[in-house]
Design a binder for this molecule. Structure first.
Ligand SMILES: C[S@@+](CC[C@H](N)C(=O)[O-])C[C@H]1O[C@@H](n2cnc3c(N)ncnc32)[C@H](O)[C@@H]1O
Length: 276
Protein backbone atom coordinates (compact mmCIF):
# COMPACT_ATOMS: atom_id res chain seq x y z
CA UNK A 1 0.00 0.00 0.00
CA UNK A 2 1.15 3.57 -0.57
CA UNK A 3 2.89 4.74 2.58
CA UNK A 4 2.49 8.50 2.21
CA UNK A 5 -0.38 10.82 1.49
CA UNK A 6 -0.65 11.16 -2.24
CA UNK A 7 0.27 14.84 -2.50
CA UNK A 8 2.20 15.07 -5.75
CA UNK A 9 5.92 15.43 -5.23
CA UNK A 10 6.22 16.50 -8.87
CA UNK A 11 3.44 18.14 -10.88
CA UNK A 12 3.54 18.51 -14.67
CA UNK A 13 4.32 22.19 -14.10
CA UNK A 14 7.31 21.32 -11.88
CA UNK A 15 8.58 18.93 -14.53
CA UNK A 16 8.30 21.46 -17.35
CA UNK A 17 11.60 22.78 -15.93
CA UNK A 18 14.81 20.92 -15.07
CA UNK A 19 14.04 18.95 -11.86
CA UNK A 20 17.72 18.95 -10.88
CA UNK A 21 17.54 22.74 -10.51
CA UNK A 22 14.46 22.62 -8.27
CA UNK A 23 15.24 24.20 -4.88
CA UNK A 24 13.14 21.52 -3.10
CA UNK A 25 14.58 18.57 -4.98
CA UNK A 26 15.71 16.65 -1.87
CA UNK A 27 12.33 16.93 -0.11
CA UNK A 28 10.41 16.03 -3.24
CA UNK A 29 12.67 13.05 -3.97
CA UNK A 30 12.23 11.72 -0.45
CA UNK A 31 8.44 12.16 -0.59
CA UNK A 32 8.30 10.49 -3.98
CA UNK A 33 10.29 7.41 -2.88
CA UNK A 34 8.26 7.13 0.31
CA UNK A 35 5.18 7.07 -1.87
CA UNK A 36 6.36 4.34 -4.28
CA UNK A 37 8.45 2.17 -1.92
CA UNK A 38 5.74 -0.54 -1.72
CA UNK A 39 5.94 -1.22 -5.48
CA UNK A 40 9.54 -0.15 -6.15
CA UNK A 41 11.04 -3.62 -6.64
CA UNK A 42 8.18 -4.91 -8.76
CA UNK A 43 8.34 -1.87 -11.04
CA UNK A 44 12.13 -2.21 -11.33
CA UNK A 45 11.93 -5.85 -12.37
CA UNK A 46 9.06 -5.38 -14.81
CA UNK A 47 10.21 -2.17 -16.44
CA UNK A 48 13.84 -3.23 -16.84
CA UNK A 49 12.59 -6.58 -18.23
CA UNK A 50 14.39 -8.29 -15.39
CA UNK A 51 17.74 -6.68 -16.27
CA UNK A 52 18.11 -4.50 -13.15
CA UNK A 53 19.53 -7.24 -10.92
CA UNK A 54 21.99 -8.23 -13.67
CA UNK A 55 23.12 -4.57 -13.83
CA UNK A 56 23.74 -4.60 -10.08
CA UNK A 57 25.71 -7.83 -10.35
CA UNK A 58 27.77 -6.25 -13.15
CA UNK A 59 28.49 -3.32 -10.81
CA UNK A 60 29.65 -5.71 -8.09
CA UNK A 61 31.87 -7.53 -10.58
CA UNK A 62 33.44 -4.27 -11.75
CA UNK A 63 34.63 -3.57 -8.20
CA UNK A 64 36.92 -6.64 -8.12
CA UNK A 65 36.09 -7.30 -4.47
CA UNK A 66 38.57 -8.57 -1.93
CA UNK A 67 37.17 -10.65 0.97
CA UNK A 68 38.12 -8.03 3.53
CA UNK A 69 36.59 -5.07 1.65
CA UNK A 70 34.25 -2.81 3.58
CA UNK A 71 31.44 -1.59 1.34
CA UNK A 72 29.22 1.46 1.70
CA UNK A 73 26.16 1.44 -0.55
CA UNK A 74 24.77 4.97 -0.69
CA UNK A 75 21.12 5.65 -1.59
CA UNK A 76 20.62 1.92 -1.05
CA UNK A 77 16.84 2.14 -1.38
CA UNK A 78 15.27 -1.30 -0.92
CA UNK A 79 18.72 -2.84 -0.58
CA UNK A 80 19.28 -4.78 -3.79
CA UNK A 81 22.85 -3.59 -4.44
CA UNK A 82 23.96 -3.89 -0.79
CA UNK A 83 22.56 -7.43 -0.78
CA UNK A 84 24.34 -8.22 -4.08
CA UNK A 85 27.60 -7.15 -2.37
CA UNK A 86 26.79 -9.37 0.62
CA UNK A 87 26.06 -12.31 -1.69
CA UNK A 88 29.45 -11.83 -3.38
CA UNK A 89 31.37 -11.26 -0.15
CA UNK A 90 29.75 -13.51 2.37
CA UNK A 91 31.04 -16.93 1.28
CA UNK A 92 34.60 -15.59 1.34
CA UNK A 93 34.18 -13.39 4.39
CA UNK A 94 32.93 -16.13 6.76
CA UNK A 95 32.45 -15.80 9.65
CA UNK A 96 31.55 -12.33 8.51
CA UNK A 97 32.52 -9.04 10.08
CA UNK A 98 29.47 -7.20 11.43
CA UNK A 99 28.77 -4.17 9.32
CA UNK A 100 31.13 -5.17 6.53
CA UNK A 101 28.43 -3.84 4.21
CA UNK A 102 26.51 -0.68 5.12
CA UNK A 103 23.43 0.57 3.28
CA UNK A 104 22.49 4.23 3.69
CA UNK A 105 19.37 6.01 2.46
CA UNK A 106 17.36 8.98 3.63
CA UNK A 107 13.88 7.56 2.83
CA UNK A 108 12.67 5.43 5.72
CA UNK A 109 10.02 3.38 3.86
CA UNK A 110 12.71 2.31 1.35
CA UNK A 111 15.11 1.36 4.15
CA UNK A 112 12.55 -0.68 6.06
CA UNK A 113 12.00 -2.76 2.93
CA UNK A 114 15.76 -3.29 2.64
CA UNK A 115 15.89 -4.40 6.27
CA UNK A 116 12.99 -6.85 5.88
CA UNK A 117 14.44 -8.21 2.64
CA UNK A 118 17.83 -8.91 4.21
CA UNK A 119 16.32 -10.50 7.33
CA UNK A 120 14.42 -13.00 5.19
CA UNK A 121 17.36 -13.54 2.80
CA UNK A 122 18.76 -17.06 2.34
CA UNK A 123 22.17 -16.07 3.76
CA UNK A 124 20.64 -14.92 7.04
CA UNK A 125 18.19 -17.83 7.23
CA UNK A 126 20.87 -20.38 6.34
CA UNK A 127 23.49 -19.22 8.82
CA UNK A 128 21.23 -17.88 11.53
CA UNK A 129 21.11 -21.09 13.58
CA UNK A 130 24.69 -22.13 13.06
CA UNK A 131 26.89 -20.27 15.56
CA UNK A 132 29.93 -22.32 14.52
CA UNK A 133 29.99 -21.04 10.98
CA UNK A 134 28.46 -17.68 11.64
CA UNK A 135 27.82 -15.72 14.81
CA UNK A 136 25.53 -13.20 13.18
CA UNK A 137 24.80 -13.02 9.49
CA UNK A 138 22.06 -10.48 10.21
CA UNK A 139 24.61 -7.86 11.17
CA UNK A 140 26.76 -8.41 8.10
CA UNK A 141 24.76 -5.63 6.45
CA UNK A 142 23.91 -2.63 8.60
CA UNK A 143 21.17 -0.29 7.47
CA UNK A 144 21.39 3.37 8.33
CA UNK A 145 19.24 6.41 7.65
CA UNK A 146 21.49 9.17 6.35
CA UNK A 147 22.18 11.70 3.65
CA UNK A 148 24.57 11.07 0.75
CA UNK A 149 25.76 14.68 1.02
CA UNK A 150 26.65 14.39 4.73
CA UNK A 151 27.64 10.77 5.23
CA UNK A 152 27.75 9.73 8.91
CA UNK A 153 30.93 7.78 8.19
CA UNK A 154 34.54 8.56 9.24
CA UNK A 155 37.20 9.65 6.76
CA UNK A 156 39.12 6.87 4.97
CA UNK A 157 37.08 4.07 6.52
CA UNK A 158 35.69 2.03 3.58
CA UNK A 159 37.17 0.29 0.55
CA UNK A 160 34.19 0.55 -1.79
CA UNK A 161 31.50 3.19 -2.18
CA UNK A 162 28.63 2.30 -4.49
CA UNK A 163 25.52 4.11 -5.62
CA UNK A 164 22.94 2.62 -7.99
CA UNK A 165 20.34 4.85 -9.65
CA UNK A 166 20.95 7.25 -6.79
CA UNK A 167 23.40 9.96 -7.82
CA UNK A 168 20.81 11.45 -10.24
CA UNK A 169 18.37 11.76 -7.34
CA UNK A 170 20.74 13.51 -4.95
CA UNK A 171 20.15 17.27 -4.72
CA UNK A 172 23.85 18.12 -5.12
CA UNK A 173 25.70 15.24 -6.85
CA UNK A 174 29.06 17.03 -6.61
CA UNK A 175 28.72 17.27 -2.81
CA UNK A 176 27.92 13.54 -2.64
CA UNK A 177 30.92 12.78 -4.85
CA UNK A 178 33.18 14.71 -2.44
CA UNK A 179 31.77 12.64 0.42
CA UNK A 180 32.46 9.39 -1.46
CA UNK A 181 36.06 10.48 -1.88
CA UNK A 182 36.39 11.50 1.77
CA UNK A 183 35.17 8.20 3.24
CA UNK A 184 37.22 5.98 0.92
CA UNK A 185 40.62 4.68 1.94
CA UNK A 186 43.48 5.21 -0.50
CA UNK A 187 43.12 2.50 -3.15
CA UNK A 188 39.34 2.48 -2.59
CA UNK A 189 36.94 2.27 -5.50
CA UNK A 190 33.76 4.14 -6.30
CA UNK A 191 31.08 2.46 -8.43
CA UNK A 192 28.23 4.46 -9.90
CA UNK A 193 25.40 2.69 -11.72
CA UNK A 194 23.04 4.98 -13.53
CA UNK A 195 20.64 5.18 -16.48
CA UNK A 196 22.08 6.60 -19.66
CA UNK A 197 21.08 7.58 -23.17
CA UNK A 198 21.98 4.87 -25.71
CA UNK A 199 24.30 6.09 -28.48
CA UNK A 200 22.69 3.96 -31.22
CA UNK A 201 19.91 6.18 -32.70
CA UNK A 202 17.44 3.32 -33.24
CA UNK A 203 17.82 2.01 -29.70
CA UNK A 204 17.74 5.58 -28.39
CA UNK A 205 14.41 6.15 -30.16
CA UNK A 206 12.76 3.04 -28.72
CA UNK A 207 14.27 3.60 -25.28
CA UNK A 208 12.89 7.12 -25.25
CA UNK A 209 9.38 6.09 -26.33
CA UNK A 210 9.36 3.35 -23.70
CA UNK A 211 10.75 5.56 -20.93
CA UNK A 212 8.71 8.68 -21.67
CA UNK A 213 5.41 7.31 -23.03
CA UNK A 214 4.85 3.75 -21.80
CA UNK A 215 6.56 3.42 -18.43
CA UNK A 216 5.06 6.52 -16.75
CA UNK A 217 1.58 5.05 -17.34
CA UNK A 218 2.24 1.40 -16.51
CA UNK A 219 4.53 2.02 -13.53
CA UNK A 220 2.13 4.61 -12.04
CA UNK A 221 -0.75 2.13 -12.40
CA UNK A 222 1.19 -0.65 -10.70
CA UNK A 223 2.23 1.60 -7.81
CA UNK A 224 -1.16 3.42 -7.79
CA UNK A 225 1.09 6.43 -7.67
CA UNK A 226 0.04 10.05 -7.74
CA UNK A 227 3.37 11.45 -6.58
CA UNK A 228 4.59 12.00 -10.16
CA UNK A 229 7.52 9.64 -9.59
CA UNK A 230 7.31 7.97 -12.97
CA UNK A 231 7.05 11.27 -14.82
CA UNK A 232 10.03 12.61 -12.87
CA UNK A 233 12.08 9.49 -13.77
CA UNK A 234 12.42 10.05 -17.58
CA UNK A 235 12.80 13.80 -17.10
CA UNK A 236 15.51 13.31 -14.48
CA UNK A 237 17.41 11.00 -16.85
CA UNK A 238 17.18 13.24 -19.92
CA UNK A 239 18.27 16.35 -17.99
CA UNK A 240 21.06 14.73 -15.99
CA UNK A 241 24.76 15.02 -16.84
CA UNK A 242 25.89 12.75 -19.68
CA UNK A 243 28.65 10.12 -19.56
CA UNK A 244 31.43 12.64 -20.18
CA UNK A 245 29.99 14.89 -17.49
CA UNK A 246 29.93 12.05 -14.99
CA UNK A 247 33.54 11.16 -15.69
CA UNK A 248 34.45 14.85 -15.37
CA UNK A 249 32.67 15.09 -11.99
CA UNK A 250 34.57 12.01 -10.77
CA UNK A 251 37.88 13.49 -11.84
CA UNK A 252 36.95 16.85 -10.29
CA UNK A 253 37.00 15.40 -6.76
CA UNK A 254 40.18 13.39 -7.36
CA UNK A 255 39.12 9.97 -8.65
CA UNK A 256 41.57 8.49 -11.15
CA UNK A 257 41.40 5.76 -13.80
CA UNK A 258 37.72 6.29 -14.60
CA UNK A 259 36.29 3.38 -16.55
CA UNK A 260 32.84 2.96 -18.07
CA UNK A 261 30.91 -0.23 -18.78
CA UNK A 262 27.77 0.06 -20.87
CA UNK A 263 24.92 -2.32 -20.03
CA UNK A 264 22.01 -3.48 -22.22
CA UNK A 265 22.81 -1.35 -25.29
CA UNK A 266 23.75 1.65 -23.13
CA UNK A 267 20.39 1.93 -21.35
CA UNK A 268 22.44 1.80 -18.15
CA UNK A 269 26.09 2.55 -17.50
CA UNK A 270 28.47 1.63 -14.71
CA UNK A 271 31.32 3.99 -13.84
CA UNK A 272 34.33 3.05 -11.74
CA UNK A 273 36.98 5.33 -10.27
CA UNK A 274 39.87 4.87 -7.87
CA UNK A 275 41.08 7.02 -4.96
CA UNK A 276 44.87 7.09 -5.08
C1 LIG B 1 16.13 5.00 -7.59
S1 LIG B 1 16.39 4.66 -5.91
C2 LIG B 1 17.76 3.56 -5.97
C3 LIG B 1 17.72 2.53 -4.88
C4 LIG B 1 18.76 1.42 -4.97
N1 LIG B 1 20.11 1.92 -4.95
C5 LIG B 1 18.55 0.53 -6.16
O1 LIG B 1 19.52 0.14 -6.80
O2 LIG B 1 17.39 0.19 -6.44
C6 LIG B 1 17.12 6.16 -5.36
C7 LIG B 1 17.29 6.23 -3.86
O3 LIG B 1 18.09 7.38 -3.58
C8 LIG B 1 17.72 7.85 -2.31
N2 LIG B 1 18.28 9.19 -2.14
C9 LIG B 1 18.12 10.26 -2.93
N3 LIG B 1 18.81 11.31 -2.45
C10 LIG B 1 19.43 10.88 -1.33
C11 LIG B 1 20.30 11.48 -0.39
N4 LIG B 1 20.68 12.77 -0.50
N5 LIG B 1 20.78 10.75 0.62
C12 LIG B 1 20.40 9.45 0.77
N6 LIG B 1 19.57 8.82 -0.08
C13 LIG B 1 19.09 9.53 -1.13
C14 LIG B 1 16.21 7.74 -2.34
O4 LIG B 1 15.65 7.76 -1.04
C15 LIG B 1 16.02 6.40 -3.06
O5 LIG B 1 15.87 5.35 -2.15
Amino acid sequence: MPTETQTPAWTDADLSANPHANADKAKRVERMFASIAHAYDLNNRLHSMWRDQAWRRAAVKMVELKPSDRVLDVACGTGDLAIAFAEALYPQALPGVPGQVTGIDFTLPMLTRAYDKWYSHGIVEHYHDDPDTNPGAEGFIQWCQGDAMYLPIPDKSVDVVSIAFGIRNVADPAAAMREFYRVLRPGGRVIILEFSTPTNPVIRFFDRVYRERVMPITASLIARDKSGAYKYLPKSVSTFIDRAGMVESMRAVGFTDPTIKTLTFGVAVCYRGVKV
